[in-house]
Ligand binder design. Structure first.
Ligand code: PMP
Length: 386
């Protein structure tokens, strides 16, 4: 099948796979006091530099985690804990309602610990309501957490404006950039972000690895797991050298071909949409009026349940609705509900992401397959057209 479910996970780059295999042949722990250990340590240090370089951070500001989920947990729970320990009397956390569950759920647990969590809604364009955000952020706010790009719509969020609002009252800013890092340029220093989350498998890197950027000038989060002293104790545990090497390679690769990848994604998306509209398939683009990640499109198929459509084309193409983590449940996506869509409309929406490894033929063929399947679902065989 044509793979277009790149919001869920991207294929691994061949260069990354090679870096992982090469590093796997080195049987050593980066903390070991011998030559082999030093080699493993050098691999980790190089990858840390590559990840830092991709986002304009210093290597010492990068903490490897098992993915963006863990980075989000570390930052939300760890910063809250650090504030309590340091006697910082701010107990308010402001999030958007379209955040990933790995931000929303840990924030929810903070409510049980006496924090107030405010959810800012999004417009139907997929961009958060900045007026509501500005009204919510005050001098009791410890942390504002808004993602860089949404994983269901691809919509980019106004991080620079969010930092401007938060910094006026001395609140820290975290951005879950699992979908954005490696796809669009981002410079943490220039933006003034305090914390950022990265995921390997969303940028043609391996699963099971990610990173947290923790600015040297921000409150250092308390660890959420305890053990040895690796990574300054913020994230103890033996560094998984092979997949760290993979993440470093993915970061280097993404940095060197970012414009190329973005132009390719945009070309394929436009070819796909042109083809789809020429086939008269009556689909609506949800994110028509917002800036999105290159290569992405979020579509509404009126009168059709998107999951039925996805099932009917699954032998020819792989696409999905909502957060992949929700698939299998018929609960409509909280992101689409957070944008103000009702349950019925939310269930008619799905997303597509043309990656670095999709071809022009994929774009044309997938439009054709979808248009045909939509036609069948609207007018099942044997039923007269209305
Ligand atoms: N945040 C966003 C925006 C995501 O899209 C994802 C992956 N679905 C995550 C966090 C979780 O990332 P990971 O799989 O690396 O834990």
């Amino acid at each position: 099948p044509i793979y277009l479910d790149n919001f869920s996970t991207t294929p691994i780059a061949p260069e990354v796979a090679k870096a992982i295999i090469d590093a796997w042949s080195l049987p050593s722990n980066a903390s070991s006091p011998h030559t082999m250990g030093a080699r493993a340590e050098a691999i980790v240090a190089e990858a840390r530099g590559d990840v830092a370089n991709l986002i304009g951070a210093a290597p010492s500001e990068i903490v490897f985690t098992s993915g963006a989920t863990e980075a989000n947990n570390l930052i939300l729970l760890g910063v809250a804990e650090a504030a309590v320990v340091a006697g910082i009397n701010r107990r308010k956390i402001v999030l958007s309602s379209i955040e990933h569950k790995s931000v929303l759920v840990p924030a929810g647990t903070l409510e049980d610990r006496g924090f107030e969590v405010i959810l800012v809604p999004a417009h139907d364009t997929g961009v958060i309501d900045m007026r509501a955000l500005a009204a919510a952020v005050d001098d009791r706010t410890l942390l504002v957490s808004v993602m860089g790009a949404n994983n269901e719509t691809g919509a980019l969020q106004p991080i620079r404006e969010i930092v401007a609002i938060a910094s006026k009252v001395g609140a820290y800013v975290h951005s879950d950039c699992a979908q954005l890092v490696g796809k669009l340029p981002i410079d943490v220093l220039d933006l003034g972000i305090d914390y950022l989350s990265i995921s390997g498998h969303k940028m043609y890197g391996p699963m099971g690895i990610g990173a947290a950027f923790i600015s040297a000038s921000a409150l250092k989060p308390k660890a959420i797991a305890f053990g040895g002293g690796q990574q300054a104790g913020v994230r103890p545990g033996t560094e998984p050298v092979p997949i760290i090497a993979g993440l470093g390679t993915a970061a280097r690769l993404a940095g060197s071909r970012m414009e190329l990848d973005a132009a390719h994604g945009t070309l394929l998306r436009n070819m796909f949409l042109d083809e789809l509209s020429s086939l008269n398939s009556d689909v609506e683009i949800i994110t028509q009026n917002s800036e999105t990640l290159p290569g992405t499109v979020c579509l509404k198929v009126n009168g059709i349940i998107a999951d039925d459509l996805i099932e009917s084309v699954q032998r020819q193409m792989s696409i999905s609705t909502g957060s992949a983590c929700n698939s299998g449940q018929v609960i409509p996506s909280h992101v689409l509900m957070g944008m103000g869509f009702g349950q019925v409309v939310a269930r008619s929406i799905f997303r597509i992401y043309f990656s670095r490894y999709n071809s022009k033929q994929d774009a044309i063929e997938s439009a054709f397959i979808l248009a045909k399947a939509i036609g069948h679902l609207r007018h099942p065989a044997g039923q007269p057209r209305q």
